[in-house]
Structures are given as structure tokens and as C-alpha cells.
Ligand binder design. Structure first.
Ligand code: NDP
Length: 244
């Protein structure tokens, strides 16, 4: 079985890549800047390709490179993403375009480019990592990020419709607050603990999320256990209590 995870060098994507390795998949990742982190995975047998998913020509080159080792693709996880916190009144077009490019265009480019390899699988599966922000869950300053993730959600629904004829299932996971560099990077231990407490208090389960909480759902969606599941968005956010 062959799996490709975008943004597999750190955080949620790295955990997903490791989970697939443990399950016996041949795994490849696309990553952007974390050469050292990618090297660690390469030493564990992961194929690592440096590629900005928001750059279409780089994605095409990555597909050409990967095709040398992957006769087909059974699972594609579109996970690479960035965020800038920005209230609407502080609209910064450059930051907005950067998010759109990676979070939404990146999913389109990678899926489009790797579709021919996915079609060769008997049980192809695409899993997009969206966000609970994309379904309207509140968080300070996430309006523009949420727009990009809402795009990923509608793309998931429409692709499920279009690719069903190839027996390719398309689903998304919409995580809540997960402890990674994206949420905790650059924070002191005190700041990090304060943030954890803030987000614990926003969930009915009174807990924050870990990368494995997302990876476990991805593992299920990729497996034959989910053969009758497509076009679905699984929200994993501990049960958020705030809606606006
Ligand atoms: P991290 O910031 O920890 O990791 C981001 C990953 O994406 C890195 O591997 C990074 O690669 C890669 N990446 C970023 N830009 C590009 C690019 N242009 N091309 C290729 N790869 C890129 O983020 P998380 O693990 O927290 O987030 C993973 C996904 O989950 C994202 O889509 C995010 O929006 C989503 N998400 C996260 C939540 C959270 O609370 N953490 C909540 C909801 C959704 P490199 O290091 O090599 O640059």
C-alpha cells in the first residue's frame, strides 16, 4: 500500500506519516522547509520530496519524482497548511493570498497532479485536513484562515461526487485545537499552558487535541473499514461549546 502525506515533516502530518509507516505502508511526504525533520523520516524509509504545494510546477515535478518509486497511490492526505491570525479589520492581502495558496490551491494542485496514480488503486482514498474553523467554529482572528478551510470542505464534497466512479473515496477531518508548532510554536511554557487551559475550557471533554487524535481518524478513513464512507467531514475538536 502506498501513501502520500503533504506537510509530513512536522505536527499532524508527521504523525500521520508515522502511523502509515507502522501500518506497513510505503510512505512519501512532501515538505517545504524542514530539511532536518524530513531527514529523520528518510532514515526510517520514508520518501521525502521538497515541494511547495502552493506552486503548481513544483507539484508537477514532485509527482514525476515520486512516480519513479510509486507504481500507484492508495492514500493521499492533503495536510500541508499555514495560518495567520488576522481579524477582518486588519486584512492583509499578502497573508490572505499566502494562506489561500497553500491551504486551498495546494490541495487542488496536489490532488489534480496525483489523480492518475490514485486511479490505479483498487481502494483509493483522499483525506483532506480541514479545520473546525471551516465549518464556522469561532476562534479569534481566524476569519481568513476559515475561508480557506471552508473551501477545502466544499472541495471534499464535490470531489467525492466526481471521483466515486473510480472507487476513490474523499473525506476530510476538521480538527479543533491540536498541540503543534502551529498553535504552540514560539510560546514560553507558561504561555503554552495558558493557551491549553483556554482551549480546554472551550470543549465539553475539557481537553486539548494531540496529533494522534487526527492521525487515528485518518488511519480509519484510509482503511477498508471505511469502504462505505465518502464525502464526509469528521470533526475532531473535543466538542466545542462556543459557536460564534
Ligand atoms: P504545523 O505548522 O505544525 O506543520 C505544518 C506542516 O505543513 C509542516 O510539515 C510544513 O512543512 C508543511 N507546509 C507548510 N507550508 C507548506 C508548503 N507551502 N508546501 C508544503 N508543505 C508545507 O501545522 P499542523 O501540523 O498543526 O497543521 C497541519 C494541518 O492541520 C494544517 O492544514 C492545519 O491548517 C490543520 N489544522 C491544524 C490545527 C491545529 O490546531 N494545529 C487545527 C485544525 C486544522 P515544513 O515544516 O517542511 O515547512
Amino acid at each position: 500500500m502506498y501513501a502520500l502525506v503533504t506537510g509530513g515533516s512536522r505536527g499532524i502530518g508527521r504523525e500521520i506519516a508515522k502511523t502509515f509507516v507502522n501500518e506497513g505502508y510505503k510512505v512519501a511526504i512532501l515538505y517545504h522547509g524542514s530539511d532536518e525533520k524530513a531527514k529523520e523520516l528518510k532514515e526510517k524509509g520514508v520518501l521525502t520530496v521538497k515541494c511547495d504545494v502552493g506552486d503548481r510546477s513544483q507539484v508537477r515535478k514532485a509527482r514525476e519524482e515520486l512516480e519513479k518509486d510509486f507504481p500507484r497511490l492508495d492514500v493521499l492526505v492533503n495536510n500541508a497548511g499555514i495560518w495567520y491570525l488576522m481579524p477582518f479589520e486588519n486584512f492583509d492581502e499578502e497573508k490572505y493570498n499566502a494562506m489561500l495558496k497553500v491551504n486551498l490551491n495546494g490541495v487542488i494542485y496536489v490532488t489534480y497532479e496525483f489523480l492518475s496514480l490514485l486511479k490505479r488503486s483498487e481502494n483509493g482514498s483522499i483525506i483532506n485536513i480541514a479545520s473546525n474553523a471551516g465549518i464556522g467554529t469561532a476562534a479569534e482572528g481566524t476569519t481568513f484562515y476559515a475561508i480557506t478551510k471552508a473551501g477545502v470542505i466544499i472541495l471534499t464534497r464535490r470531489l467525492a461526487f466526481e471521483l466515486g466512479k473510480y472507487n476513490i473515496r474523499v473525506n476530510a477531518v476538521a480538527p479543533g485545537w491540536i498541540e503543534t508548532d502551529m498553535t504552540l510554536g514560539g510560546k514560553t511554557p507558561e504561555e503554552a499552558e495558558k493557551l491549553r487551559e483556554t482551549f480546554r475550557n472551550k470543549t465539553v471533554l475539557h481537553t486539548t487535541g494531540k496529533p494522534e487524535d487526527v492521525a487515528n481518524i485518518v488511519s480509519f478513513l484510509a482503511s477498508k473499514k471505511a469502504r462505505y464512507v465518502t464525502g464526509q467531514i469528521i470533526v475532531a475538536d473535543g466538542g466545542r461549546v462556543d459557536n460564534l
